[in-house]
Design a protein around this ligand. Sequence first.
Ligand code: AMP
Ligand code: ZN
Ligand code: ZN
Length: 344
Amino acid sequence: MATTPPTRSPELRKDPVTNRWVIFSPARAKRPSDFKSKSPENPNNNSSSCPFCIGNEHQCAPEIFRVPPDPNWKLRVIENLYPALSRKLDHPNGQNDDSSSELSGLGRVVPGFGFHDVVIETPVHSVQLSDLDLSEIGDVLIAYKRRIEQIKQFDSIKYIQVFKNHGASAGASMSHSHSQMLSLPIVPASVSTRLNSMKEHFNQTGKCSLCKVQSKDLLINETSHFFSIAPYASSFPFEIWIIPRDHSSHFDELDNKKAVDLGGLLKLILKKMALQLNKPPFNFMIHTSPIQITDSEIPYSHWFLQIIPQLTGVGGFELGSGCYINPVFPGDAAKILRELNVPI
Ligand code: AMP
Ligand code: ZN
Ligand code: ZN
C-alpha cells in the first residue's frame, strides 16, 4: 500500500510589519524545491520598436534626467507617457489628509496631482537588471534617490512608491528593463497600517521589528550593510525582503557605498530566484516611510525592499479576506535559497 510522506500541519502566522495573517498550508503534492514558474518571463521581447532603447528617445515622454548626462547614457528617468496621476494639475500645498480632503456624500476626494516616472535601467534591450554589475545596479538605486529628493520638494506629495514589474504576469507591459516611481498626494492605507503595526511591536518589545535578523533559519544572504530573509509570515512562496542593517526610516538615506552593496545583494538574490524558480516573473517594491514623519515615529520606521516572484495566482479567498495562503514555509524557502550557489 502506498504511504504518503508526512506533511506539516497548517499554521497561521501574523506578520509584525504588515499586520497580515497568513495561512501556511504545505501543498501535499509539491515539495518546496519543486516550485517553478510556468509563465514565460518576457513574452513580447521585441526590440525593433522599443521606445526605451537607446536611439529611440524621441518616442518617449519627456526626460527628467539621464546618467551620465551625454548621448551615451546608461540610465534615464523619464515621465510616464500614460501617467496614473497628473503633474500638470494645480496642487494644494500641504495637507491632503482626512481633515483637509473634501468630503462628499460618496467619500473623500483630492485632485489627482502626482508624478508617475519611469526609470530605464539600461540602454540595451536584451540586458536585464540582474545582468548589470553591482555598481551599475547601485547607479539605478541612486537614480531613485535623486528623483525622490527632487519630488520631496513638493509639499503635497505624501508618499513615493518605487516598484518594478518584470514579466507580463507581474504586470509589465514593456519588456525593456525598467522600474517606476509613483508619487502620491496621500499615504496609502497599507503604509499607515504598516507604521501602526511597527509602532505596536516597538511599544511591546522596545525594539524596531526590522533591526535584527528575525532568526538564522530565515536568513538567505548578508552583506556589510544589508541582509536578506524569507520573512516569518511571508504572504507569497519564496517572497524575499532585503533589509538595511542600520536603522533607517527612508530609502533616500542610502549613500553611494551602501547603494553598491545593495546592488550586489539584489543581483545575487535575483540570480538565485531565476535559477531556482525558472526565471519567474516578479515584482519588487521599496517600502519606505511617508515623506513627513514625526521624530517619535523614527525609532520604529525601517525601510526594506520586498521581492515577490509570481508563482501562484491571487484568488477569491485572498481578495475577500485579505489573508494569503502560502504553501511554502519561509524557513524551507530560505534554506533552499541560502544553500544555492550561483555564479555572479
Ligand atoms: P510596465 O507596464 O510595468 O511595463 O511599465 C511600463 C510603463 O511605461 C507603463 O506605465 C507605460 O505607461 C509607460 N510607457 C509606455 N510607453 C512609453 C513611452 N514611449 N514613454 C514613456 N513611458 C511609456
Ligand atoms: Zn528596448
Ligand atoms: Zn530598525
